[in-house]
Design a protein around this ligand. Structure first.
Ligand SMILES: [Ca+2]
Ligand SMILES: [Ca+2]
Length: 165
């Protein structure tokens, strides 16, 4: 019986070793080859592009290509800190990972958590014209719902597992 225990412990240790080194590898490559460097803020590490105008889905794919995620706000503070780091261009809307979940009938982040209603500006999400019930943008440190097919700026975020062990 003790032999079995030792064997089990060894397998468990091996498993932990493999999974943690896999996570390490992904994080080592995250953000490599981006057109310009990421910025390190008090709430995480971000890639902010004020020049491009992709759709929501193109932004998602762009971030994923570089091992990153579309930005998700865990707090009002993070929303403010990231907004302050943007250039605030003329069409200063930035895509977030927020998307309308048809099944649950609410906006959720890419991690599956609901987008808190208090993160939206007053009167939003308003699903204007019945066509805005799709994606969430950041503007003036607050959120709006909007059509995912429109063209706004990019904010990617280093996945939490890469800086929160
Ligand atoms: Ca975040
Ligand atoms: Ca709206």
């Amino acid at each position: 019986m003790p032999k079995m225990k030792v064997l089990f412990s060894l397998i468990a240790l091996l498993y932990i070793g493999i999974t943690s080194s896999l996570a390490q590898i992904n994080c080592n490559h995250a953000g490599q080859g981006l057109p310009h460097p990421m910025v390190e803020l008090s709430t995480g590490k971000y890639y902010i592009d004020d020049k491009s105008f992709p759709t929501w889905n193109e932004t998602r794919l762009f971030c994923e290509n570089f091992g990153l995620e579309q930005v998700t706000f865990d707090s009002v503070e993070e929303m403010q800190v990231v907004w302050d780091a943007t250039a605030g261009s003329q069409r200063a809307n930035y895509w977030t990972s927020g998307f309308y979940d048809e099944i649950q009938g609410i906006y959720t982040w890419s991690n599956g958590k609901p987008v808190p209603l208090e993160f939206f500006t007053a009167g939003e999400p308003n699903e204007a014209g019945g066509v805005e019930r799709t994606a969430v943008v950041l503007k003036n440190a607050t959120l709006y719902d909007i059509r995912a097919e429109l063209f706004y700026h990019i904010i990617c975020e280093l996945p939490e597992k890469c800086y929160k062990p």
